[in-house]
Design a protein around this ligand. Structure first.
Ligand code: HDD
Ligand code: HEB
Ligand code: HEB
Length: 519
């Protein structure tokens, strides 16, 4: 493999790892905000227990999210120095804002939240959580601004072959970023929803399995009297049931949200990156039919290899433009335009190293974009459907005794995570062969684009990169094992593991948690 390929694999692997943690931070944070708000307003102890339990998992995930993010930053300078130089002037501002405003605020307020239990007034303590979670959303916004600029560069002028930012506001309000941010947030809420469902299901199931909760002859739940096992007393039944049903509603609503924002993104993509759209649909020729199933040679970017088995007329035009049956440009029709505008070969410039003069393929790997798009939607839809089923099955106040449904609910937690990753893989691989895609709008600036082949650090050898891939993948694998180990430990422990003070006495005002804040 060449250095470029290894560098691409490296970026892909590490950022996918990072994004296994990010959506849970973004989504679960908001769920806990809701729970703590209800607790502060009603004083219902059930909600305090929820905040403590889910809050513990949130913190574990947050810390590992930060760790994976930090490791992530190294590769910009190491493997992608030309890219870093090219985008430096533009990314400086949003990433500084990310660091200063968002990350600083986010971690400070998380600290206040952790150590404020029992020390701050309830309202103030809740405000700290709001600030932390909103901070992480801002953080997400600024990083998406950077990514969206690579999909659709705006607000710059070309000076000596490098984009220089002239309009920070245009960069911050890039329509691509607004759509991608809202879409990502909804995607993250689906993750949180399914996480709540799966884990709560397990606990409700265990209560039945251990005979703590039973059902009477008419099928009504009889909630067990508190046994001496801490954290599995009466109040916890409500913790799991409420969390489960809330998670289900969250997942269903958020899936609707991804539909609305995804539709917006599809329309932007049709204008901004028509080739990505066409290859996501394996649409070789101009037309308006939506492919339900196309097959071809994996890895091929050649239209002759695509066989469309099932298609629905009209739908693609509607997705892209809002107009039923409107024609969407296909790959074979787009290609000559790309060749015209951006050249048949990578320019013969020393900047491009060994790639100078090689032919450019403007069609991204079609099977990845095509299946990435369908996996994203399919896994989201499966989750939303699962959430509807979960609402139905728990309508009597508990879960069925079947261990298989319980296992399915736990396994289901993975689906929206995988859906999010599929969405990113589609977005990032569909951007190829550009690392910074050209902006074709009238407002687009000529010459502001960069080929991925030109972005990689010159002078870094394949061997060095391979070593760093192995090292980084190793580090991430260890972090992932730590994450799963800690999550599993606290999930199994139930509420009691997050609230050791619960065992001897009922909490007043949530005081007394400070001694376990660091574990
Ligand atoms: Fe991230 C943490 C860097 C993609 C959302 N990330 C985090 C940290 C760094 C990065 C250095 C730790 C300190 C901080 O929060 O600033 N992140 C990156 C890089 C990315 C990236 C280089 C590009 C490939 N991140 C990314 C996306 C999103 C986030 C696309 C959201 C949509 N990142 C977050 C977060 C984190 C975080 C929610 C994640 C988990 C966490 O904080 O606990 O703010
Ligand atoms: Fe990215 C690349 C994913 C975010 C920047 N990415 C990449 C890849 C992948 C990814 C898979 C590979 C592709 C190829 O090569 O073909 N991303 C991803 C994910 C996420 C992301 C999952 C979430 C976390 N990115 C991002 C951001 C940014 C970026 C935010 C900015 C800041 N990417 C990037 C770069 C690269 C990538 C620079 C390299 C180059 C290429 O294109 O490759
Ligand atoms: Fe998604 C991406 C659409 C669902 C997650 N998305 C994306 C895109 C589009 C879409 C168009 C791309 C853009 C560009 O590239 O530019 N979606 C869509 C639709 C739907 C969806 C239409 C239906 C409903 N998603 C979904 C879900 C999820 C998601 C369910 C989760 C789970 N996506 C996603 C992500 C991404 C995407 C993460 C990447 C980022 C952005 O936003 O861009």
């Amino acid at each position: 493999m060449e250095a470029l390929d290894i560098a691409r694999w490296q970026f892909g692997i590490t950022t996918v790892y990072h994004f296994m943690l990010v959506p849970l931070t973004l989504g679960l944070g908001m769920a806990i905000v809701v729970m703590q708000t209800i607790w502060v307003r009603t004083g219902d102890e059930k909600f305090l227990r929820m905040v403590k339990f889910w809050g513990k998992l949130y913190l574990i995930n947050f810390i590992l999210g930060v760790a994976t993010g930090l490791v992530q930053e190294f590769q910009f300078g190491m493997a992608w120095s030309e890219y870093s130089r090219f985008v430096g002037d533009v990314f400086g501002a949003p990433l500084a804002l990310e660091g200063l405003l968002a990350f600083f605020a986010e971690s400070t307020f998380i600290g206040i939240w952790i150590f404020g239990w029992g020390r701050l007034r309830k309202g103030l303590h809740l405000a700290a959580l709001y600030c932390a979670v909103i901070g992480s959303w801002f953080s997400a916004y600024f990083i998406i601004v950077a990514n969206s600029w690579m999909q659709h560069p705006v607000g710059v002028e070309l000076v000596d072959g490098r984009p220089v930012m002239v309009d920070l506001w245009a960069v911050l309000t890039n329509n691509t970023a607004l759509a991608a941010f809202t879409h990502t947030i909804f995607g993250s809420l689906i993750v949180a929803g399914m996480f709540l469902i799966g884990i709560s299901w397990y606990h409700l199931w265990r209560r039945r399995h251990d005979g703590i909760d039973t059902t009477d002859a008419s099928g009504r739940v009889v909630i067990g009297e508190a046994p001496s096992v801490a954290g599995r007393d009466k109040a916890d039944h409500g913790v799991w049931l409420w969390s489960l049903r809330f998670g289900a509603v969250l997942a269903i609503v958020a899936f609707g949200g991804t539909g609305i924002t995804g539709d917006w993104q599809g329309k932007l993509m049709y204008e901004q990156q028509p080739m990505k759209m066409a290859s996501a649909e394996a649409a070789c020729h101009t037309g308006s039919a939506f492919s339900v199933l196309s097959i071809g040679d994996p890895g091929s970017t050649d239209c002759r290899d695509v066989i469309t088995l099932i298609e629905i007329p009209g739908v693609l035009g509607f997705l892209g433009t809002g107009e039923w049956g409107a024609d969407m440009p296909g790959i074979t029709d787009l290609e000559p335009h790309y060749v015209d505008q951006y050249g048949e070969t990578i320019p013969d410039d020393e900047l491009y190293g060994s790639f100078a003069g090689t032919e450019v393929n403007y069609v991204p790997p079609m099977w990845v974009t095509y299946w990435g798009f369908r996996l994203m939607i399919g896994l989201g839809a499966i989750t939303a459907f699962g959430a509807v089923v979960a609402l139905w099955l728990t309508r009597r106040g508990t879960v069925p005794t079947s261990p298989w449904i319980m296992r399915l609910a736990i396994l289901g937690i993975l689906a929206p995570f995988a859906g999010n990753i599929a969405g990113w893989i589609f977005t990032e691989i569909g951007r190829q062969p550009f690392v910074v895609a050209p902006n074709p709008d009238p407002s687009g600036i000529d010459g502001v684009f960069m080929f991925t082949a030109a972005a990689v650090s010159p002078g870094v050898s394949a061997g060095e990169l391979l070593f760093s891939v192995i090292a980084l993948t190793g580090v991430y694998a260890v972090l992932m094992v730590v994450e799963l180990f800690l999550l599993a430990k606290y999930v199994r422990g139930g509420v009691a593991s997050a609230m050791p003070e619960l065992a001897p006495h009922a909490p007043d005002d949530g005081a007394g948690d400070d001694h376990d804040a660091s574990d």
